[in-house]
Design a protein around this ligand. Structure first.
Ligand SMILES: NC(=O)c1ccc[n+]([C@@H]2O[C@H](COP(=O)([O-])OP(=O)(O)OC[C@H]3O[C@@H](n4cnc5c(N)ncnc54)[C@H](OP(=O)(O)O)[C@@H]3O)[C@@H](O)[C@H]2O)c1
Length: 332
């Protein structure tokens, strides 16, 4: 039976601090949807840190339960394709933007947003993977649709110790790619990155970025979590035919480059959006996460578990780029 009251982490404005807090809620406080999920686990993503600290404008209405990820059991459903008792995950879509999200003991979501979990993935593992692992898998899916192969050369992964970066290294290495991890934590996290499958670990701060429209080719392709200067450099150093999956903006949202890499080398810049994605593709990616893209080092990438009570103290280190790997949030 659904609890009449439960706890959730709600954001009331963009000021951070007390604008984001744990509260007692009821289902009536949540946005409409066909499916009520009894939450078991969520996870922390960079975007959650932007929303909770006010460092980025993520929420488009207030108040709203934060959290872009949730996994749990279906408590009630008016959609026959999503049965009561099913183990499910939901992420992205409107969660924590326009719709109450996953940092609560219950979530009410649209049936279309719900992914029935494959038998191989329990709810805790699903949130170890979460938006970060899903996005890494989507990026690899898009790169390979675009013709990426290990023979084209090494793949550069920026923001390597982050959630997306860690999963990208794990999955790419498993598929036979040589992976170079680019990180601001080469000293402290080099071993972690090698254990995930990186062949090389480079310190972002020591890179010679150059200024020419085309620099010497270094990469067969790239998974970029940073945007800004690092992404511009990747466009100048990726070989013809290779792809760059543009995922994040941890270093900045601007991109100052020229058309030369695209028209003279045939480099492809591939936009990755895990939030607004056709339902069939989202479910295909989850099937791949249980199959050929299953992470090999999930426990290494997501070693931490916190509770809702711990949440308020978790976000600032993400904004400061200090976190290695992923944090799972236990909801119940
Ligand atoms: N497009 C999409 O659908 C989608 C989906 C998920 C995430 N994202 C975005 O992708 C990015 C990565 O997400 P995530 O969940 O993996 O984040 P995360 O776990 O917080 O990792 C981000 C990593 O980026 C590096 N970093 C952080 N701040 C930085 C700064 N100021 N300058 C340079 N490097 C910095 C750090 O790695 P190192 O210390 O190893 O360099 C950090 O560990 C974020 O921008 C996020 O918003 C987009």
């Amino acid at each position: 039976m659904t609890a009449t009251s439960f706890r959730g982490f709600r954001v009331h404005g963009t000021g951070g601090g007390d604008d984001a807090r744990l509260e007692t809620l009821s289902l009536d406080d949540l946005a409409e949807g066909e499916v009520v999920i009894r939450g078991e686990y969520s996870s922390i993503n960079y975007k959650d840190a932007l929303a909770a600290t006010g460092a980025g404008r993520i929420l488009r209405r207030f108040p709203l339960v934060a959290g872009v990820d949730i996994a749990g059991t279906v408590e009630s459903s008016t959609d026959p394709s999503i049965p009561v008792g099913a183990r499910v995950a939901a992420h992205g879509c409107g969660l924590s933007e326009t719709h109450d999200g996953g940092f609560a003991e219950y979530a009410r979501v649209k049936a279309d947003w719900v992914n029935l979990l494959p038998a191989e993935i329990d709810t805790r593992s699903a949130m170890g993977i979460g938006t970060a692992g899903f996005t890494a898998a989507l990026a690899i899916h898009r790169l390979e649709q675009n013709g990426q192969t290990p023979e084209l050369g090494p793949i550069a992964v920026t923001g390597a110790t982050g959630g997306v970066g860690s999963f990208a290294i794990d999955m790419l290495a498993a598929r036979g790619y040589s992976v170079t991890a680019l990180t601001g934590k080469a000293g402290s996290a080099g071993e972690y990155l090698k254990n995930l499958g990186a062949s090389d670990v480079l310190d972002m701060k020591s890179l010679e970025l150059g200024e020419k429209p085309l620099e010497k080719v270094r990469w067969g392709g790239a998974v970029d979590n940073l945007g800004g200067v690092p992404l511009a450099w990747l466009t100048r150093t990726t070989r013809g035919g290779g792809g760059i999956a543009s995922i994040g903006l941890a270093a900045g949202h601007e991109l100052n480059t020229t058309v030369m890499p695209f028209i003279l080398r045939g480099v492809s810049l591939l936009g990755i959006n895990s939030v607004e994605i056709p339902t069939a593709l989202r479910r295909e990616i989850w099937a791949r996460l249980a199959g050929d893209l299953a992470p090999r080092h999930l426990d290494r990438i997501a070693p931490r578990e916190v509770t809702l009570n711990d949440l308020p103290a978790q976000f600032q280190p993400y904004i400061d780029g200090q976190v290695v790997g992923r944090t799972i949030v236990r909801l119940s």
